[in-house]
Design a protein around this ligand. Structure first.
Ligand code: FEO
Length: 170
């Protein structure tokens, strides 16, 4: 059994990760409508990764004998008008997710829950990658996105992204 606060935060994180998947699915739909299939592919795969994150938190609760309660998933609410909007919203969202992971880590630290801290270490590292990827996409769009050839090249780069399962297994 986990500390009740730790268990509650992890249970909430399941829905937060599914929300992330929903948000990135929304981005993918936006780019598909703009004719940018590569950007759409990148976010479709990102949505899959977020579902993986949700399932890792869910399975961790189950492994620890905790009941999982599925909470409501919020509707994606980011205003998407320009090609830059999803990229900036994605970066802000990942910074928010990092703060959530840090909050769970702090709660585990407070009760000397070393097992949960070790489990969360993977997510701490993952968030560095998530924020870096999001920031890189903004920088590349600023550099190349205003030119049609540059945009085509970026879209081709993102079309090449393939799904890989998370390196963390439970
Ligand atoms: Fe589940 Fe994008 O962090």
């Amino acid at each position: 059994m986990l500390d009740s606060k730790v268990a509650k935060l992890i249970n909430e994180q399941v829905a937060k990760e599914f929300y992330s998947a929903y948000l990135y699915l929304d981005f993918s739909i936006f780019y598909e409508q703009q004719g940018l299939d590569g950007f759409a592919n990148w976010y479709m795969i990102q949505a899959q990764e977020e579902r993986d994150h949700a399932m890792l938190f869910l399975k961790y609760l189950q492994l620890n004998g905790e009941k999982v309660t599925l909470e409501a998933i919020d509707k994606p609410d980011k205003a998407l008008e320009t090609l830059m909007d999803p990229l900036k919203a994605g970066f802000e969202h990942e910074q928010y997710v990092t703060s959530l992971i840090n909050d769970i880590y702090a709660a585990a630290y407070d009760v000397k829950d070393f097992r949960t801290m070790q489990f969360l270490d993977w997510f701490v590292k993952e968030q560095l990658e998530e924020e870096k990827n999001a920031d890189d996409m903004i920088k590349k769009m600023e550099l190349f996105g205003n030119d049609s050839k540059g945009l085509y090249s970026l879209d081709s780069e993102y079309a090449a992204r393939v799904y890989t399962a998370p390196s963390l297994t439970l």
